[in-house]
Every structure is written in structure tokens, then in C-alpha cells.
Design a protein around this ligand. Sequence first.
Ligand SMILES: Nc1nc2c(c(=O)[nH]1)N[C@H]1C(S)=C(S)[C@@H](COP(=O)(O)O)O[C@H]1N2
Ligand SMILES: [Mo]
Length: 319
Amino acid sequence: MLIRRPADIRPSEITPEAVFRSRRRLLAAAGYAGAGLLLGAGAGAAGIPAGHQRLTGVKESPLSSRETPNSFEDITHYNNFYEFGPGKSDPAEQSAGFRPRPWTVTVDGEAGVTGRFTLEDILKPHPLEERIYRFRCVEAWSMVIPWVGFPLGDLLRRFKPTSRAKYVAFETIVRPQEMPGQRSHVLDWPYVEGLTMAEAMHPLAILAVGIYGVELPNQNGAPLRLVTPWKYGFKSIKSIVRISFTVQQPHTTWSAAAPEEYGFYANVNPRVDHPRWSQATERRIGSRFFSPKQPTLPFNGYAAQVASLYTGLDLVRNF
Ligand SMILES: Nc1nc2c(c(=O)[nH]1)N[C@H]1C(S)=C(S)[C@@H](COP(=O)(O)O)O[C@H]1N2
Ligand SMILES: [Mo]
């Protein structure tokens, strides 16, 4: 393999995102107290296209992956968001008319505190963190995404769930005038998802409000979406308007659409194939040249952190 000295690498070969990463490493290496901890300034320097609102006071997290994130372009132009259409480029192309503000979230069910809350009320107490996570879609592609968000459990605790609350259900907004995909019945609207209470309280489960230090683009689930990095991507429901604490396991959109193909748990598992394709390997989006598929890891590489959530559970039956 040919190793080139840095001077041989032309600036045009360095992606803006590489700059974003290396800036942090430089600051860390220089031991510049504090500077490496506060992100956000990096977004502008990283050349994120104009018109994206910068998030301030974002702290790095020890829970971040050290893998190189996908480009902003990949993350915002290769999407699944059926409310804007079923194609990978539909969300980027069809979501410009979506208005993620003002926004409210309704909280109901088995909790001491319920009601309708503004997005500002929801977000106010939560310091923002950058969480660079591997992201594995059930369709056998993957990315690495620098989310900005906060632990889901920290929000849920504020509502004082009762001892009867065994699950948390989430619902996406229904707004067919702004979401052209909702004008046809490819899926049952609203898109719904759910987690067990234990999964929802796990420190890796976050609500994301941004990527690359800027507010979530519409196509990524503005203004608020779930991210559970050890589960297939369809669990990470976008544009959330309702959170419900439930006694029964909630219905979920993809298991209702195709129960043999998509289960409630949807933990990434290379040993449980999808009925129509293998889950043993995955294609990392954005690899510049033809590259072989890479192995898929149990729980998407987060087994050490999350496997104990499933002690005694048959992960083949509960797929
Ligand atoms: N409301 C809603 N949420 C959704 C989806 C969707 O179609 N509608 N697609 C899911 C799927 S299959 C994946 S892989 C991820 C994709 O997230 P991304 O486009 O931000 O990468 O969103 C998930 N959340
Ligand atoms: Mo997905």
C-alpha cells in the first residue's frame, strides 16, 4: 500500500468532514482546555452548506465511536423517510416545505406528568452531546453519523413513569400537505415505534436534534428523532409528536406491515437473516471505490453495553 506524506495530499482531496474531525484531534493534542469539548464551531469550519442552524454548547461524549463519520452529503441525501416518499433521495428532494417549528410533543399514558409540551420545554433542561454512532439499516447498508442529542432516559424520567409503564411508544407527525408520501398508503400513518422501558432508559438511547453540529435537516427527522444504535434503523422514528407510556407492547409500523420480516426488537443480529437477504454483512455508504461488504456485528457493535438487556430472551424468536 502506498503511503503518502501529508504534503502530497492536495487540499481538494480532504473532505470538509475530515477537517471537522482533525480540528478536534488538533485541539485535543494541543491540550487546549475546553476548546476540544465544545463543538458547534466546527460545523461552520467544516463547510456544512449554508442555511443550517448551528447548535451551541455541544459536548463530546465518551460513548462516541472513533470511526470516521460519513459525509454530511451522504447522511442528508441517502435517507429512509417514507412520509416524503419511498426512494432514498425523496426525503432530501421532497422535504423543503416541511415546517419543523413551532412543534409540540404530547406525553400521555402511565406517567405522573402528562400533557402537551412545546419543543422548547422538552429541550430546555438537557445539555447537548455529540454522539458519533454506527447506524445499521435493516436493508444491509450502514453509516457512521455524528448525532447531536441527549439521553432519552433523562427526558422520560421528567414525566415520572408509573410502575405499570413497561413500554414507551412514539408517533411521527401526520401532515400530508407537507409530507407528499403521506398522500398514499405505502405505510399506515402515523409511523409508530416503541421500546421496552429498559431499552428506553439505556444510556445509548438518545433523542437527536442535530447532526454535524447543526439542527437536524428535515430529511433526517427534524426537529426531534429517536436513535437506538444497537437496533436496525427503522426503530429510530423521526419527527416525534407523541410519547406514550404503555402497559402493553406497542404496535410498530414495520412489524404491522410485514410481521415475518420486521420484529418489535429489531436488534442488529448477523445470525438472524431477513427472509429475503442475509444480515451477516453490510455495505458502508460512501465508500469511494468498490469495497467489499463488511461484517455486521451483534447489536451493531454495542453488545458489551446492551446485551444484558436481553438476558434470557430468545433473540431468534424475538427478532
Ligand atoms: N417517521 C419515520 N421514521 C423513520 C423512517 C420513516 O420512514 N418514517 N424510516 C426509518 C428507517 S428504515 C431508517 S434506516 C432511518 C433512516 O434515518 P436517516 O434517513 O436519518 O439515516 O429512519 C427511520 N425512521
Ligand atoms: Mo432502515
